[in-house]
Design a protein around this ligand. Structure first.
Ligand code: KIV
Length: 265
C-alpha cells in the first residue's frame, strides 16, 4: 500500500496491517514483508529510550526517525505508506506550529501524520487536511494524555465514555481524517465505531472488529522486556534468538573460536 487513497479504499475490503517502527534496519525488514503500511510512532521514546512516557519525543526526533525509516523502505514513490506521529503537545501550539511540525515530518519522508485526540484541536486537524496533509486520528488510550487518563488503562468502558469516543470518531471523519487508530477499547466499542464511520479503523487492543491492526515491531517480535500488554502477541521469538546469539558470541570469544580464519585478514 503506497498511499492514503489505497488505505481509504480498503474500508470494507481487506484488513490493513500496520507496524510501528523507528529504525532503518526495521524498515528494511518491513520493506521485504507483506505488511501494508508503517507508523513511525512516538512510542520510540519508551521502546528505544526506556522513557516512562512518550513525552520525550520532539518533532525533530520524530523527523530524524521518519527519515531513517523512509530510507529503509526504499525510493520515494516505491515505498509503503509512512505515517509519522505528531509528538506530545505538537497539535496544541496553534496552526502555525502544527504546520511547521507537519512540514518537518513530510519533508523527512512521511506521507501522513497521526494526531492523538480531537477535542480542542479539531481546527488544527481540519487545517492540515485542507493544506494537503493527510491526518490519521488516534482515540481511546491516547498515551500523550496518560496523566489525565490516570494511567495506561482501557478506555470507553461505560456508556458515557463510549458515546464520547463515538462522537470524537465522527468528528475526526468530519474534519477529514483518512483513518484512525483505536487503542485499548472494548471489542464491542471497536466494532461500533468501525461500523459508524466511513474511514478505516486500525486497532491496538480494540478487538478483531476493526478494519486493521497495528503493533509495535519490537513487541510483535518479542524483543521487548518487562510488562507485556494483553493486546500484544509475540509472532516470532526474536528475543530468544537474540539472547542465544549474544551468549554464543561471548562463549566463542572466551574459547577463542571466534574469529576463525574466514573472519580474519
Ligand atoms: O506510538 C505508537 O507506536 C503508536 C501505536 C502503538 C498505535 O501510536
Amino acid at each position: 500500500m503506497k498511499s492514503v487513497l489505497e488505505f481509504r479504499a480498503r474500508k470494507g475490503q481487506a484488513p490493513i496491517s500496520m507496524v510501528s517502527a523507528y529504525t532503518h534496519w526495521e524498515a528494511r525488514f518491513l520493506a521485504e514483508s507483506p505488511v501494508d503500511c508503517v507508523l513511525v510512532g512516538d512510542s520510540l521514546a519508551t521502546v528505544l529510550d526506556g522513557e516512562p512516557t512518550t513525552f520525550a519525543a520532539t518533532p525533530e526526533i520524530m523527523a530524524r526517525h521518519t527519515a531513517a525509516v523512509a530510507r529503509g523502505l526504499g525510493e520515494p514513490g516505491q515505498r509503503k505508506l509512512i505515517v509519522a506521529d505528531f509528538p506530545f503537545l505538537a497539535a496544541r501550539r496553534g496552526l502555525a506550529a502544527a504546520v511547521d511540525t507537519a512540514a518537518l515530518l513530510l519533508r523527512a519522508g512521511a506521507q501522513a501524520v497521526k494526531i492523538e485526540g480531537i477535542d480542542g484541536h479539531a481546527d488544527v486537524i481540519a487545517h492540515l487536511v485542507e493544506s494537503g496533509v493527510p491526518v490519521m486520528g488516534h482515540l481511546g488510550l491516547t498515551p500523550q494524555a496518560v496523566h489525565a487518563l490516570g494511567g495506561y488503562k482501557v478506555q470507553g468502558k461505560n456508556p458515557v465514555a463510549a458515546d464520547a469516543l463515538l462522537r470524537q470518531a465522527r468528528a475526526l471523519e468530519a474534519a477529514g481524517a483518512f483513518g484512525l487508530v483505536l487503542e485499548c477499547v472494548p471489542e464491542a466499542l471497536g466494532r461500533e465505531i468501525t461500523a459508524a464511520i466511513g474511514v478505516p479503523t486500525i486497532g491496538i487492543g480494540a478487538g478483531a472488529g476493526c478494519d486493521g491492526q497495528v503493533l509495535v515491531m519490537a513487541d510483535l517480535l518479542g524483543l521487548t522486556s518487562g510488562h507485556r500488554p494483553r493486546f500484544v502477541r509475540e509472532f516470532a521469538p526474536a528475543g530468544a534468538a537474540a539472547r542465544a546469539g549474544l551468549a554464543a558470541f561471548h562463549a566463542a570469544t572466551v574459547e577463542r573460536s571466534f574469529p576463525g580464519a574466514a573472519e580474519s585478514y
